[in-house]
Design a protein around this ligand. Structure first.
Ligand code: SF4
Length: 325
């Protein structure tokens, strides 16, 4: 059996932060409490949850933009967390990221051409002419005119800036892109265009995607499989259609019902997700979702549920679905 493109197992990250005034105290925030998933070759895999659930930390930790405390990340079977110096640089070419806020992630004093050429210079890829040609090609590919290379980020709209962010990720010919809320800062009509572009790139280049979003509706159309995160853990995963049409975990259900519905004939109604995400500094005992869960039982307040495979490829962590004896 061939190895998946990306194999993430038991990824952990705790931040130590100081808070309070005038007497500051040091507290530990467990952002990732053992996150595991795989992304296949050319597959789009979604990581979904509210702000603060740890999904962006997972994306950054697996790319080593922040160093995880533990766990394993294999890229085509090779230990990415253990890679050093030259090999790490080579592997990094293959794993790229598109950020949520394209404006904040672009240097306002650098022309688009220089921004796109820089990663190739860093990785020492090609002559000046080859780099210029590659820059022109990726601008074509993301639907921007070639003279965009001579302009600066402030001269573009939000959607165009996100196209530049995507072009920057493509210029190194990656195999996997971590797309961290790539459309959430954009108007709805522009969101659809960017999603279409990402979909085309997925098909044409056979790119794998880890698509991170708070919106289950967006992920449903782009991803084949989805994992739902709550307070640093995956609470449900499985095929995107099944997760959206027949969610099992009460949190997934609430998240689905809170997601905007583009089709007015759809049965799903938009609802507010009740309550706030609990603090990762002092998470609730037992199942972390119990203070917000309409089905919470006594057991839920003391015991974190085991992960149960309810059908092939579909797992849930909830006491409503006990593991088979
Ligand atoms: Fe709700 Fe209990 Fe399931 Fe947690 S384990 S989601 S509290 S029913």
């Amino acid at each position: 059996m061939t190895a998946p493109l990306l194999d993430v197992a038991d990824l952990r990250k705790t931040f130590v932060v100081r808070r309070g005034f005038p007497r500051a105290e040091t507290v530990r925030v467990q952002a990732l409490a053992g996150v595991s998933f795989t992304v296949g070759e050319g597959e789009a895999f979604g990581l979904v949850g509210e702000s603060g659930c740890g999904k962006s930390t997972a994306g950054r930790a697996l790319l080593r933009l922040i160093e995880p405390d533990g766990g394993r990340v294999l890229f085509r079977g090779e230990d990415f967390l253990g890679a050093r110096s030259r090999r790490l640089r080579e592997l990094r070419q293959k794993l790229q990221i598109v950020f949520q806020d394209p404006f904040a992630s672009l240097n306002p004093r650098r022309s688009v051409g220089r921004t796109l050429a820089e990663p190739m210079h860093v990785h020492r890829l090609g002559s000046k002419a080859e780099i210029a040609r590659r820059v022109a090609d990726v601008l074509d590919e993301v639907g921007l005119p070639r003279d965009a290379a001579d302009k600066y980020p402030h001269e573009f709209s939000g959607g165009q800036r996100q196209r530049i962010g995507i072009a920057r990720a493509l210029v190194l010919e990656p195999d996997l892109i971590v797309a961290d809320e790539p459309v959430s800062a954009l108007d709805v009509s522009i969101q659809a265009q960017i999603l279409l572009l990402l979909d085309r790139l997925k098909e044409r280049r056979g790119l794998g995607f880890l698509f991170i979003s708070h919106d289950l509706g967006v992920v449903r159309h782009f991803c084949r499989r989805v994992a739902v995160m709550y307070l640093g853990r995956i609470v449900e995963d499985g095929p995107a259609e099944r997760i959206f049409d027949a969610p099992l975990h009460p949190y997934t259900r609430a998240l689905r019902d809170a997601s905007p519905v583009p089709d007015p004939r759809a049965k799903v109604t938009m609802a507010r997700l009740e309550g706030e995400v609990a603090s990762a500094i002092n998470p609730p005992s037992g199942c972390h979702f119990h203070p917000r869960c309409p089905h919470a039982m006594d057991r839920c307040r003391v015991e974190y549920p085991e992960v149960t495979e309810v059908e092939p490829g579909r797992r849930v962590a909830c006491h409503l679905y006990p593991a088979a004896a």
